[in-house]
Design a protein around this ligand. Structure first.
Ligand SMILES: Cc1cc2nc3c(=O)[nH]c(=O)nc-3n(C[C@H](O)[C@H](O)[C@H](O)COP(=O)(O)OP(=O)(O)OC[C@H]3O[C@@H](n4cnc5c(N)ncnc54)[C@H](O)[C@@H]3O)c2cc1C
Length: 441
């Protein structure tokens, strides 16, 4: 590393901000430029559907770091500037303010954008004023401005973002309807038991939850706003506000145009290296091979963005530290905290510890007797142990797993004594937080 080296980071979100500050901490000697198109300092996205949306958190509280922290780390933040193209041969990038900047190393932390709602009846190329998405602070402000008691809010999509938004809207006294095309909510990310629990919680809170509801078209009012969404059966759901929470598209176009390997995300390894040795990438815009699950995965979560950013910084500073964290994620709805570790897709058994009726339980997902994922509601201490169980990748006794009288930590030594299955490829999971995550949607 040399004082003349230039680290250029595109995307001032969780990953970009972490990478910038960590690189300096790890000894990057040259300049660090953080380029973000949102016009504000990097902020936390998760509260946008939770505390910030319903007014319990202010804008100041969202900032990841104060401006002084970037100044101290000698990170030059370019807020409100968009990167338009990368010239890998020349090692330069082009910005929308007309500048061309040179880099020694480039980091792509471009995140993602909401998947657009495409429906017959919606105008092409223009968005009705009452159709919203939720990704940015500006999105959250626009939604919040329309919230009031009695306002009819229709949320399309029963994933985490949609359900959190529904819970926040209920705090305003809005009349909330959630339309989910699949037979249950959270279908992509959790098991049937936990989905059923959250469906009951939302219905109890007064949300009209419609699963298996295919939205067939939109009906516009004279002023161009959406007046109603019409189901495949012809049912008409009148509305004042529509929020589409139907997933995210990774921002990979810059990487694609530059000829980097992209496969539903910018392909990186456990050191966040792309197919160009001078370019790293981190966060929602990436895919990586998971040794734990034996396949490429794309994670949409803060812990993953942070871990990948730290791995990238360690590589850039000549102190490579691979990211082998186990995915983890959280969701806040009403007064409930859900914490998830691992990816439950492909499980063949679900073991419950605790009674969902008590609103404190944990669901373990097993495949061939091995815990591959867990969802904990109101059980933070058990969640920490669940992380270790998932990381261990070893068979467990399902009956003891279900028995609340058996301390969960007692299953760990037993697991460790058994033949290792996946442990050799896994880093130890710290007892604090750290590891990884699942996807929002
Ligand atoms: C409403 C909501 C709730 C969520 N809740 C949770 C939660 O509870 N827990 C959790 O773990 N995760 C949650 N997530 C997901 C989490 O916020 C993301 O995983 C995380 O923000 C990813 O960070 P990132 O840095 O990869 O991307 P982002 O945060 O998306 O940051 C990327 C930045 O790059 C900018 N950018 C893109 N292209 C360019 C360009 N060409 N030039 C300049 N800038 C560019 C973007 O505008 C953006 O500011 C939530 C997400 C949303 C939207």
């Amino acid at each position: 590393m040399h004082e003349d080296d230039k680290l250029l980071i595109v995307g001032a979100g969780h990953a970009g901000a972490e990478l910038a500050v960590t690189a300096r901490q790890l000894g990057w000697a040259g300049s660090i430029d953080l380029i973000g198109d949102e016009g504000v300092l990097p902020y936390q996205r998760p509260p946008l559907s939770k505390a910030y949306l319903h007014g319990a958190a202010t804008l100041d509280a969202l900032e990841l770091r104060p401006a002084s922290a970037y100044a101290t780390a000698r990170v030059h933040v370019h807020a409100g500037v968009r990167l338009l193209g990368i010239d890998r041969l020349a090692h330069t990038v082009h910005l929308d303010d007309g500048r061309t900047l040179a880099y020694t190393r480039l980091a792509l932390c471009t995140g993602g954008r909401p998947r657009p709602l495409s429906l017959p009846g919606l105008p092409v190329g223009a968005r009705p004023r009452n159709l919203h998405y939720l990704r940015t602070l500006a999105d959250a402000d626009a939604i919040r401005a329309g919230m009031a008691e009695g306002v009819r809010v229709v949320v399309v999509g029963g994933g985490y973002v949609g359900l959190e938004l529904a819970a926040s809207a209920r705090k305003f006294g809005a009349e909330v309807t959630v339309l989910e095309a699949l037979p249950r909510v959270l279908a992509r990310v959790t098991g049937a038991e936990v989905a059923a629990f959250y469906e009951a919680v939302h219905r109890e809170a007064g949300v009209q939850l419609r699963t298996g509801f295919i939205v067939a078209r939109a009906e516009l009012a004279d002023d161009g706003a959406i007046a109603a969404l019409i189901g495949a059966s012809g049912e008409r759901i009148a509305t004042d506000i529509v929020v589409a929470g139907i997933g995210m598209l990774p921002n990979v176009e810059l990487a694609e145009a530059a000829g980097l390997e992209v496969d539903g995300g910018i392909v990186v390894d456990e050191l966040s290296r792309t197919s160009d040795p001078d370019i790293v990438a981190a966060g929602d815009c990436t895919v990586h091979h998971s040794a734990l699950y034996g396949r490429r995965i794309r994670l949409e979560s803060v812990p993953n963005a942070l871990e990948q950013a730290r791995a990238a910084a360690s590589l850039l500073c000549g102190k490579p530290k691979p990211n082998r964290a186990v995915p983890w994620f959280w969701s806040d709805q009403y007064e409930l905290k859900l914490q998830m570790v691992g990816l439950s897709q492909g499980h063949d058994d679900c073991v419950l510890r605790g009674d969902p009726a008590s609103r404190r339980f944990i669901a373990f997902y097993l495949k061939a007797g091995v815990v591959i994922a867990a969802d904990a509601v109101g059980r933070p201490a058990d969640f920490m142990i669940a992380k270790r169980l998932v990381a261990a990748g070893l068979p467990v006794d399902a009956a003891r797993l279900a028995d609340d009288a058996v301390p969960l930590k007692d299953l760990l030594p037993a697991a460790a004594a058994s033949a290792p299955v996946l442990a050799p490829v896994l880093a130890p999971v710290p007892a604090t937080a750290a590891a990884t995550v699942a996807q929002s949607g």
